[in-house]
Design a protein around this ligand. Structure first.
Ligand code: PXG
Length: 445
């Protein structure tokens, strides 16, 4: 098959128009890394080099790349119904998908609102939380609580509750009325924990301090990633999320789990809520819902939240929120095919079975050059490196470049290497990933 990207044969001058997201544009355009095609666990670059994908694209291609059943479903749908307006109109796949998804969501989350990305899911959930309290007569509950080091996408809501400084500092004062819980990362107490660290559950009690400061009657919701991903895989301490749930319930505060990364099998269960046996009131997803093939996100809500809006005259719009592409036919078709693959291939169980091997491989890097921590849960892992004096991120970025030269795609954030392979990853591939990282670490200063 001739690909458009093959024909283009991009030259350096062809790279100038595109302003790349979250990318060192000038460095990239001097030595571009271009991916041309993919299959299963692998990418191929524009020169035909094979690259093992250790991060499922960007924590999203959970069924592996170009799964034939998903490809077929998208192609077929494109020829049947290209687009249908989502406001005051529906198309069958939206309903079929919602019914299918709510069979695997935590039992209290039975309503689905469609978006097109994790960022949109987060802003949608925050808006629903505030509007919900208002609809039930507690309109003063507008405050939102996030957590330090949290990543909730790049909308103004998401960066306001988020806690990664680089994503916030350039963008002014953001949303007012936001506060943050402390993060739970502490190398002194937790380094080299396998699975959940024992230390740190007490940090959930910081919510009591925020309640004492602001009063519960002003707080709408707490939003956290059950396992923080983007900031470098921070695993919640044993008991932490249960404690947070108890405190939210006690104070009438909604608990939002941002499961954009942890949703759809990453921990060996459908959702992190299942893994930790903690039910949030709202749950945001994206990425794995379509295995990254067509942009899509969703917010899951309780019947009670939904029902709160279903008052007043029946001909009136209940929630003034939605997107032109909410429940897009191609995204729904992709998501339905992906859900079928998850089930038929038992991929969530497969991830659970692979987790011990993954854990052993990640922790085999203890003692490798520059490594100061290894941590893991399900198929999420991180290797933290000591930073170069006066040059944070430089060492990890060099490791990223050198791994790529050796045909391995990893992700780095700060001086942390993150690993999140597709749920189809084989044992030998996991071993190859950590062996390659070990070799590369020996070669960097
Ligand atoms: N919430 C969470 C928990 C995420 O991980 C988003 C929201 C935003 O999703 P969208 O679809 O709007 O990008 C994310 C996205 C990384 C990295 O390398 C992770 C994400 C995005 C970009 C980079 O860690 N996750």
């Amino acid at each position: 098959m001739t690909l458009l990207s093959d024909q283009l044969n991009l030259k350096p001058q062809d790279l100038q128009s595109y302003w790349m997201p979250f990318t060192a544009n000038r460095q990239f355009k001097q030595a571009p890394r271009l991916l041309a095609r993919a299959q299963g666990m692998y990418y191929w670059d524009d020169k035909g080099n094979k690259v093992l994908d250790a991060i499922a694209g960007l924590w999203c291609c959970n069924v592996g790349h170009n799964h034939p059943k998903v490809v077929e479903a998208i192609q077929k749908q494109a020829s049947v119904l290209d687009y249908s307006p989502p406001f005051q109109m529906g198309q069958p796949l939206q309903f079929e998908l919602a019914n299918r998804l709510t069979k695997i969501t935590p039992p209290n989350l039975q309503k689905v609102f469609y978006t097109n990305s994790g960022s949109e899911s987060v802003d949608t959930a925050l808006k629903i939380a505030i509007a919900y309290h208002r609809a039930r007569g507690e309109g003063a509950r507008t405050r939102l609580i996030g957590r330090e080091k949290g990543y909730h996408g790049v909308g103004f809501g998401g960066i306001s509750v988020g806690g990664m400084v680089a994503n916030r500092k350039m963008f002014g004062s953001m949303l007012g009325g936001v506060d943050h819980l402390p993060h739970t990362h502490n190398l002194k107490e937790q380094a080299y924990s396998k699975g959940q660290p024992q230390w740190g559950a007490h940090l959930a009690d910081e919510l009591e301090r925020l309640v004492a400061l602001h009063d519960a009657s002003t707080i709408a919701a707490v939003i956290v990633e059950p396992v923080a991903g983007s900031c470098g895989v921070i695993i919640p301490p044993v008991g932490y999320l249960k404690r947070l749930r108890e405190l939210c319930t006690k104070h009438g505060i909604l608990l939002i789990f941002d499961e954009v990364i942890t949703g759809f099998g990453r921990l060996g269960t459908a959702f992190a809520a299942d893994y930790f046996e903690v039910q949030p009131d709202l749950m945001t997803v994206a990425k794995g819902i379509t295995s990254g093939t067509v942009p899509m996100g969703a917010v899951f809500a309780t019947n009670q939240i939904y029902d709160t809006f279903m008052t007043g005259p029946a001909h009136l719009v209940e929630l003034f929120h939605g997107y032109t592409y909410s429940g897009h036919p191609l995204a729904c078709a992709a998501a339905l095919a992906v859900q079928e693959v998850y089930q038929q291939e038992g991929l969530f169980d497969r991830a659970a079975q692979m987790a011990p091997h993954f854990e052993a491989a990640v922790h085999s890097l203890k003692g490798a050059a520059h490594v100061i921590d290894c941590r893991n849960l399900g198929l999420m892992g991180a290797i933290e490196l000591a930073s170069r004096p006066n040059a944070p991120t430089a060492r990890a970025f060099e490791v990223f470049l050198k791994c790529y030269e050796k045909g391995l795609l990893i992700r780095t954030t700060g001086d942390i290497i993150a690993l999140t392979p597709s749920l189809i990853v084989e044992k030998e591939q996991i071993t190859h990933i950590t062996d390659t990282i070990r070799e590369v670490l020996e070669t960097v200063e």
